[in-house]
Ligand binder design. Sequence first.
Ligand SMILES: NC(=O)c1ccc[n+]([C@@H]2O[C@H](COP(=O)([O-])OP(=O)(O)OC[C@H]3O[C@@H](n4cnc5c(N)ncnc54)[C@H](OP(=O)(O)O)[C@@H]3O)[C@@H](O)[C@H]2O)c1
Length: 194
Amino acid sequence: MTAPTRPTYRFYTATSLDGFLADEHDSLDWLLSQPTGDQSILPMDDFMAGVGAIVTGRTTFDWVQSHADTVEGAWVFTQPTFLFTHRAPTQLPDGITQVSDSPAEHRTAIEEAAQGKDVWIVGGGDLAAEFARAGMLDELFVSIAPVTLGTGRPLLGGRFDLDLQEHGVNGALLEARYAVVGERDRPPRATMAP
Ligand SMILES: NC(=O)c1ccc[n+]([C@@H]2O[C@H](COP(=O)([O-])OP(=O)(O)OC[C@H]3O[C@@H](n4cnc5c(N)ncnc54)[C@H](OP(=O)(O)O)[C@@H]3O)[C@@H](O)[C@H]2O)c1
């Protein structure tokens, strides 16, 4: 059997200026109240047209499900989806597969599902960081809202070097697209060569 073509793994998200995906109550009010324009460097529809498979953490999935009656809610995506959770298996909508632990363990299944298209890491930030550590995160696209939250769910759970590829302004949001260079590797001073 031939190995599937490696897709591009993309974390497409929005953040507060101080690096939170959601506040400590998982609210996105601070984001959804921002005026957006029509000048995005990567409109959601264009992005989604390239997506073949989706990866989400359980809190993010639950948030979408619990807002199914709002314009922002409901799991409307038709691409095969991998839901990371340690919970016991539950009845899920068609196309959603429950998985857990290391992203690398699910790499073949994810890449077969993506069929050569992109993989969208929806969030959260710790799961995105696990993908980055596994060498399964190529790009971070962020819309940055002009608000600080002080505390909440972190954008990316770790220390990573990024390389700015593109930036723009869309309404109140700053947009930036970064290539993920890799995890920062700074050995403590004492272990460095004399
Ligand atoms: N600003 C935005 O555009 C944006 C984008 C995405 C998300 N969000 C919001 O940001 C928040 C993110 O929540 P979060 O930080 O809690 O992250 P999350 O990744 O959505 O959820 C964390 C949960 O995912 C499961 N999980 C993560 N990694 C796993 C692994 N390797 N194996 C098994 N299970 C794993 C665990 O669930 P169990 O406890 O079930 O084991 C964990 O408690 C949510 O409120 C979401 O709505 C905002």
